[in-house]
Design a protein around this ligand. Structure first.
Ligand code: 0ZP
Length: 335
């Protein structure tokens, strides 16, 4: 058993604009589905042959057929999840083998979808989600099931007992690794920060930020590190200060967010994680073309939420190590 056995290959991810999906093999023979790895939830659920009324949408997805897997076993329990954006899914539960980035889990609960909300039916992007948040958020009733990371730790399948995430922008490569910290990603140091897991999220202190070199404090503020959220969502004080520094920026009701003229100069933007400041790179801040020579900004208001959400727009500037056993995240700036 040598060290490299635990080094798992980086997995390619596609569809980098809205979400990142990762190949996961499920069942016997293995069926490969593309799952959205979500550090903001703790359910592993998949599109299946049991999805009701999916009709023409089904053709856009790879499905898990528990009845065609020789290792699948039906278990007690049902699940139902609602996400921050209002989408939802529900169904029953099976046990089967899965393989994620070279790690084989024999006996993983798979939540099989029977009902999916409209957003999932019309989105062709993912074939399900793989939740990477803390176990307490799992929605299976009457007893929650173990998440893949929980199983990897419990069965000592990964050493060191961490997973890491590098999200690329555009055609830059992206990966998740399990049991392997890739030090070649960045020359910046990985600094470790305490995680408050009481709500089940990867929640860190974030009590300071910088806009155009000017420092601001945000007392008692926290942020959730969430690969399943596309944008970076922060409190309105910060949002206002950022867009006030961009000529011609305004809030657009029709587009549901802040926009600004293409090619406008952007201020430097940094947010604290623990006591370290991390920069949002300008290329990552430009989220999308809003038409009429305007750009939709990658940092938007968190609305009524009590915490910031550091989603993909910010994570593209970082390399993050998630250490569930020690309730820490290691974060390094990328160039
Ligand atoms: C998203 O970021 C969407 C994309 C999206 C939504 C709304 C406005 C947008 C504006 C511009 C660009 C993107 C926007 C993710 C998404 C991507 C691609 C295809 C999709 C198809 C259908 C639906 C969503 C798609 N959603 C965030 C979200 O809910 C919005 C949000 N975040 C609100 C916080 N508050 N993300 C969840 C995972 C999604 C679910 C993954 C839908 C894709 C499919 C979670 O990571 C959020 C998390 C709460 C957060 C406080 C950490 C959560 O809901 N966890 C469930 C637990 C239940 C709490 C026990």
């Amino acid at each position: 058993d040598n060290a490299t056995d635990h080094e798992v290959p980086a997995e390619a991810i596609q569809n980098a604009c809205l979400e990142y999906v990762v190949p996961v093999s499920i069942g016997t023979p293995g069926k490969q589905l593309m799952l959205d790895f979500d550090t903001g939830s703790s359910d592993l659920w998949v599109w299946s042959s049991e999805v009701a009324g999916a009709g023409k949408y089904r053709a856009k997805h790879r499905l898990y057929h528990p009845h065609l897997s020789t290792t699948a076993k039906r278990v007690d329990g049902t699940w139902k999840i609602s996400y921050g954006d209002g989408s939802s899914a529900s169904g029953d539960v099976w046990m089967d083998h899965i393989s994620v980035a070279g790690v084989h889990i024999h006996g993983q609960a798979i939540e099989v979808a029977q009902h999916l909300s409209r957003a999932f039916l019309t989105d062709g992007g993912n074939d399900g989600l793989l939740g990477l948040a803390f176990p307490k958020l799992n929605t299976v009733q009457p007893h929650r099931v173990a998440t893949p990371v929980e199983n990897m730790l419990e069965k000592r399948l990964i050493d060191p007992p961490v997973f890491t995430c590098k999200l690329g922008h555009g055609s830059e490569q992206s990966f998740y690794s399990f049991g392997f910290i890739d030090k070649s990603v960045t020359r910046h140091p990985i600094v470790y920060h305490h995680v408050d897991s009481s709500r089940g999220f990867w929640e860190v202190a974030s009590t300071a930020y910088m806009v155009g070199g000017k420092p601001y404090k945000s007392r008692d503020n926290t942020a959730i590190i969430d690969t399943g959220t596309t944008l970076c969502l922060v409190h309105d004080d910060a949002v206002d200060r950022i867009y006030h520094r961009i000529n011609g920026a305004r809030y657009s009701n029709s587009r549901g967010g802040w926009i600004y003229p293409n090619h406008e100069r952007l201020p430097e933007i940094e947010f604290a994680i623990g006591h370290t400041m991390y920069r949002v790179r300008a290329i990552d801040f430009h989220y999308s073309d809003a038409g009429d020579g305007l750009t939709f900004g990658g940092i938007q208001s968190r609305g009524d939420l009590k915490y910031d959400i550091f989603g993909d727009v910010f994570l593209k500037s970082l390399y993050v190590v998630f250490d569930q056993a020690n309730m820490k995240v290691g974060v390094a700036q990328r160039d």
